[in-house]
Design a protein around this ligand. Structure first.
Ligand code: SF4
Length: 474
C-alpha cells in the first residue's frame, strides 16, 4: 500500500517476489508464465467485455466488406479488416486469426489497447451513414481469444533453418514483431531485455483493465514457441555487452523504447511519496501494490496520467485529482480516456502548476502549486501571489519519458537526432547497415501498433538483406 507512512519502504521486487513469476533469468526454453494477483484481477476487470460467439457473428454480418477498405488503410499494420470479419461471419475463426496475425503478430494486445476511435473504427464507412462503426477491435479480440483458447500456433513461412543470427535489443512490441517475422523465415533470433518479463509497456505499463499482464504474455508465448530465444536480465548498455553482441550477431535490431519518466524537477521531487506513473502502474500490475491509502495527485494529463489516476481510484485512494498547467483543450489524452477518468471519479485541476513538494503534518505531503494563465500569445504565465498547497499522500508525476540518450549514442555509427534513432522509413535500417531500429526509440513514443508496424517492416527488410548476402556469397 502506498502512503506517506510507508512509501520510504515501498515494496521492491526483491522484498516481495512477483507472484507466479517462473524463473526466466535465462528463459531459453521455458514457457513464459505469470499468474497475476487475485485482488488486482478483482479490481481491474475487463473494460470492454468480450463478444460471445453469437454476438461476434451478428456484428460481423453488419460489415459492408468495403473495397479499398478505409479501416485497413487506417491501421498502421494494415490488417485486412473486411477479410477477417468475413471469416468470422462464416465461423472460420482460425482463418480469421491467421489473416490478422499475418499483418500483426501482437493483434490480441492491439485489439485491447489501440485507440481504434482514431484508427480503424474512426475510418469505418458506417460513420457516413450515421451508424455505429463496426466493432473491429472487439471482433479482432474475439478471433484472437478463440485462437488462443484452441491452442493456435503461429505458422512458419519456411521449414528451412538458416544460420544467420539476429539480436533484438529490448523485448517490447517492435522487437517482438521483428523477431517473429525473422523467425518465421527460419533465422536464429535472440531477444535481450533488462527486465524479467517480455512485452515492454504491453506487459508493464498498460492499464490492467485494458490489457492484463497475463494476456500480454500469452501472446508473446506464441513467438517463443516459434523458436525465438529470450535472454532476460541483460543490460545492453553495460560495459562491453554491446560490443560482444555486435561481434556475435550478424544483424542487430534496436527496439529499446524510451527511458525513465521525466522527474518533476522541483524542490522535493525526490520525496519518497513521489512515485512516477510507470513505476506505479508496473507495481500494481505485478501485484506488488494492491491498495492505495489517502489522497493522490497525478501531475500531467496524457493517457499514462489517466491510467495511473484511474488505477489509484480503483486501488482505494480517498481522492484522486489530476493537476495540469494548461486547460482541457490542451491535454494529450484521448477524449475517451478523459471521459473514462471522469467516470472513475478523478477530478481535474486546470491551469495548475506544481512547484514544490513539502512534508506536511500527520506524515502527509503538501504539493505546492501556482495558478497559471494563458496569454494571448499562448505563453503560460504564473499568476502572481496565487501559491497554494494540496495536502495528499502520494504524488504521481506522469509527464513523459526521456529518450535513452546514453544508450542510443553507444550504437556504433548509428545516427541519433534529438534523442531518436534515424532510420530509413521503408526498412528501419539505420546509418550503420548492420543495425535496424523501430518503435519508440525511433518515433519518440507512439502507439503499440506503430511499434509493431516498425518491427514487422524491419524484420522483412533484415530478412531480405540477409538472403541477398547469402546468395552473393554462395
Ligand atoms: Fe467493414 Fe467498416 Fe471496414 Fe467497411 S470500413 S470494411 S464496413 S469495418
Amino acid at each position: 500500500m502506498y502512503s506517506l507512512r510507508n512509501t520510504a519502504r515501498r515494496l521492491t521486487r526483491k522484498e516481495a517476489p512477483t507472484p507466479g513469476l517462473v524463473g526466466l533469468e535465462d528463459g531459453l526454453a521455458q514457457p513464459i508464465v505469470f499468474e497475476g494477483h487475485p485482488e488486482i484481477a478483482r479490481l481491474f476487470p475487463d473494460l470492454h467485455p468480450p463478444f460471445s460467439r453469437q454476438a461476434a457473428v451478428i456484428e460481423s454480418d453488419r460489415c459492408l466488406n468495403c473495397f479499398d477498405a478505409p479501416c485497413t488503410s487506417a491501421c498502421p499494420t494494415h490488417i485486412d479488416v473486411p477479410k477477417f470479419i468475413k471469416k468470422i461471419a462464416s465461423d472460420n475463426m482460425r482463418g480469421a486469426a491467421l489473416s490478422i496475425l499475418e499483418a500483426n503478430v501482437l493483434a490480441g494486445s492491439c485489439s485491447r489497447v489501440c485507440p481504434v476511435e482514431v484508427l480503424c473504427e474512426g475510418a469505418c464507412v458506417m460513420h457516413r451513414y450515421n451508424k455505429q462503426p463496426i466493432a473491429i477491435a472487439k471482433l479482432q479480440r474475439h478471433a484472437m481469444d478463440t485462437f488462443h483458447a484452441r491452442g493456435g500456433r503461429l505458422p512458419r513461412k519456411t521449414d528451412v533453418e538458416r544460420a544467420e543470427r539476429i539480436a533484438c535489443l529490448g523485448a517490447g512490441p517492435a522487437s517482438l514483431a521483428a523477431a517473429a517475422e525473422l523467425r518465421q523465415r527460419g533465422f536464429q533470433v535472440t531477444i535481450f531485455d533488462k527486465k524479467p518479463l517480455p512485452g515492454g509497456l504491453n506487459t508493464y505499463g498498460v492499464a490492467e483493465y485494458k490489457l492484463s499482464t497475463e494476456d500480454s504474455l500469452r501472446e508473446i508465448e506464441l513467438i517463443r514457441e516459434l523458436g525465438v530465444e529470450f535472454r532476460f536480465g541483460v543490460d545492453v548498455g553495460a560495459e562491453g555487452t554491446l560490443a560482444a553482441l555486435d561481434r556475435e550477431f550478424d544483424v542487430l535490431f534496436v527496439g529499446v523504447g524510451l527511458g525513465a519518466m521525466h522527474t518533476l524537477g522541483m524542490p522535493g521531487a525526490e520525496h519518497p511519496a513521489v512515485v512516477d506513473a510507470l513505476t506505479f502502474i508496473e507495481d500494481y500490475k505485478l501485484g506488488l501494490l494492491t491498495a492505495v491509502a489517502g489522497d493522490v495527485v497525478v501531475v500531467g494529463a496524457g493517457n499514462t496520467a489517466i491510467d495511473a489516476a484511474n488505477a489509484a481510484a480503483r486501488l482505494g485512494a480517498g481522492s484522486v485529482r489530476i493537476v495540469y498547467r494548461r486547460t482541457r483543450e490542451h491535454i494529450s489524452a484521448f477524449d475517451f480516456e478523459y471521459a473514462h477518468a471522469l467516470q472513475e471519479g478523478v477530478a481535474f485541476d486546470w491551469l495548475t502548476q506544481p512547484v514544490a513538494v513539502h512534508d506536511a503534518e500527520d506524515g502527509r505531503v503538501a504539493l505546492e502549486c501556482v495558478a497559471m494563465r494563458i496569454e494571448e500569445s499562448g505563453l503560460l504565465q504564473p499568476v502572481e501571489g496565487s501559491s497554494f498547497r494540496i495536502a495528499c499522500d502520494l504524488v504521481i508525476p506522469a509527464i513523459g519519458q526521456s529518450p535513452l540518450v546514453g544508450l542510443l549514442a553507444s550504437f556504433r555509427e548509428v545516427q541519433v537526432e534529438r534523442g531518436r534513432i534515424v532510420v530509413d522509413r521503408e526498412t528501419g535500417q539505420t546509418t550503420n547497415p548492420k543495425y535496424f531500429a523501430g518503435g519508440d526509440c525511433v518515433n519518440g513514443g507512439r502507439e503499440v501498433v506503430d511499434a509493431v508496424a516498425d518491427g514487422k517492416r524491419a524484420g522483412i527488410a533484415m530478412a531480405k538483406m540477409l538472403e541477398v548476402a547469402h546468395v552473393e556469397t554462395a
